[in-house]
Design a protein around this ligand. Structure first.
Ligand code: PXL
Length: 264
């Protein structure tokens, strides 16, 4: 049995529900080996971003370059990229690969944390538009991110569909626009590609904490692509996985010193 390899290029979330940590756990779930290129370190808990430190651009570049040189990387997923300089380094390394042997590239254009805190420098949006999005095999914006890319506020499924077809047309790559933020009875995501748009629907799960669901979803798509699935099957499988992850999200066991002592 050979193990497929995927790479995540994303930020570190100290609460480990989003970012690199969510990506690695998701890759492991699907028995895909995950390589990591850490772009920044975020001190945070769900709902509160305390501080962000970007990693030196040369070190980000080396993590990506070494991974590509050493492993048969079959899929790449990008999350929080933080700055235009990091995006440029990533694009340089990706474009260096021969076109025919480039891995699938899933771009999750992370811009704002679910707490509302900005995570991406404003100039980085231009770098996304000019260099990274045209290289993607799939871009997975939520409603706010699709709104930032179209320059409009999106508030309905009709707005989502108009934005999705506009973005897929403009960048010439497939877009999966996620409608979970519409908070309907169902969570509808729509894939805009070369053919007719395809809808992916799951029951909307009411949960207080959805921190990291976007990261988990795009990592699951990348894992499925690394396993050789086509795009619609990969998205379908990933959507089922993330819906279950939200439904079964964890409650914490409180520290129990008395219990620990009894064991001793
Ligand atoms: O969920 C978006 C996200 C992505 N990546 C990192 C994050 C967050 C959200 O807080 O910290 C590193």
């Amino acid at each position: 049995m050979r193990t497929p390899v995927a790479m995540t290029i994303a930020g570190s979330d100290s609460s480990a529900g989003a970012g690199i940590q969510a990506d690695l756990k998701t890759f492991s779930h699907f028995h895909v080996h995950g390589l990591t290129a850490v772009t920044c370190i975020v001190a945070e808990v769900p709902g509160r971003v305390q501080s962000i430190q970007p990693v030196d651009i040369g070190v980000v570049r080396d993590q990506i370059k070494l991974g590509f040189e050493t492993y048969p990387v079959n899929a790449v997923k990008t999350g929080l990229l933080y700055s235009a300089g990091i995006i440029a380094a990533l694009c340089d390394e990706f474009e260096r690969l021969p076109r025919a042997s480039r891995p699938a590239l899933v771009v999750d254009p992370v811009m704002i944390a679910s707490s509302g805190d900005p995570l991406l420098q404003p100039l980085a949006v231009e770098a996304y538009e000019e260099r990274l999005l045209p290289l993607a095999s799939l871009v997975t914006p939520n409603l706010d991110e699709a709104g930032a890319l179209t320059g409009r506020k999106l508030a309905s499924l009709a707005d989502l569909k108009a934005a999705g077809s506009e973005l897929a047309e403009r960048f010439g790559v497939p877009f999966l626009v996620k409608g979970g933020h519409l908070r309907g009875k169902t969570a509808v995501d729509v894939l805009f590609g070369p053919g007719e748009p395809t809808e992916f629907t799951a029951p909307f799960v009411q949960r207080a904490c959805t921190h990291g669901t976007g990261c988990t979803y795009s990592a699951a798509i990348a894992a499925q692509l690394a396993l050789g699935q086509d795009l619609p099957s990969a998205i379908g499988e990933a959507k089922r996985f993330v819906t279950r992850a939200i439904r079964e999200s964890m409650d914490w066991l409180q520290p129990q010193p008395v219990w620990a002592l009894k064991q001793w």
